[in-house]
Design a protein around this ligand. Sequence first.
Ligand code: 5MM
Length: 343
Amino acid sequence: MSAYTQELRSTVRAMMADGKGILAMDESKGTCDRRFEKLGIPTTEERRRTYRELIITTPQLADFVSGAILFDETIRQSTREGIPFVKVMQTAGMIPGIKLDLGAKDLAGSPGEKVTEGLDGLRDRIAEYYQMGARFAKWRAVITIDTDLPTQAGLVANAHALARYAALCQEGGLVPIVEPEVLIDGAHSIERCYEVTERTLQVTFEQLRLQRVALDTMILKPSMVISGASCSEQASIERVAELTVGCLRNNVPVSVPGIAFLSGGQSNERATAHLNLINAQFAAQCPWVVTFSYARAIQQPALDCWHGDDANIPTAQQLLYHRAKLNGAARKGKYTPEMEQAV
Ligand code: 5MM
């Protein structure tokens, strides 16, 4: 048991509060810059800072967002008036979280597969982020589906790192979000996605147990069971919800308190509709809280609207609030497509 067990429990409760989910805004510099470049936004630290300030100062965002995951650069930044972002979030009622992984790198001996790095020095980094006010963390593993992928070596390497990270987080007072993302890229069927997601979850929980991670003070951030992005036959919302819940029920222990999905390249509307149907139709089959931890599927309309022009900030904030609200409704199974119009 960690010295922080009570605090970890209360952080989990706050993260999984009714009607709320988690906002992922932890794009590393490279990813953030790539998204800015697509829109012609200058890739400077000041533009990244302004965009992140736009997000966390969105009025009433905390109605639907319990916490937000920050990147190292972001957690050290302040508003234009000099108020630290961490302080802004705490005042607004959103828990600061931190991305701890240092990205996915090529896995030696396994062409086409990645392994996530960042374990060296992690104990010290956790202590620093805890001091700064972070109370939860995230580590993302990336699993690719292809004819001969993933390999067992790839699955075990990624799950081992996730488990080592999670154990260190709990030791240091941060609730670990464990994110094994099965990528949507490819022409595979939804059934193949089910099979790979099942193997991924099985190996991940084997490793979490081996490293003695307390399952009741972690959050799982999985991808949904979904057709490959270039599969000619795209599964319906009903099928995605049914297979996703089935896969999680078969492979996620009931002691895990919460599941917060990533959006993984789904459209905004699809990501919300899938989460909604899972909660509307399958709540009785889910022993965990089921919510969102989306990045693109919440941020994209706001980023498109802002476009690097600060005159657009109020409208961009309205769009961000709106997507958060729709996902907050989906978290309760109360979203309808008609709500999309009422910005
Ligand atoms: C914000 O994006 C995160 C990855 O960033 P880097 O590639 O820069 O490390 C990512 O982990 C994200 O939190 C999750 O994948 C969920 O994001 P989506 O867009 O899939 O909901």
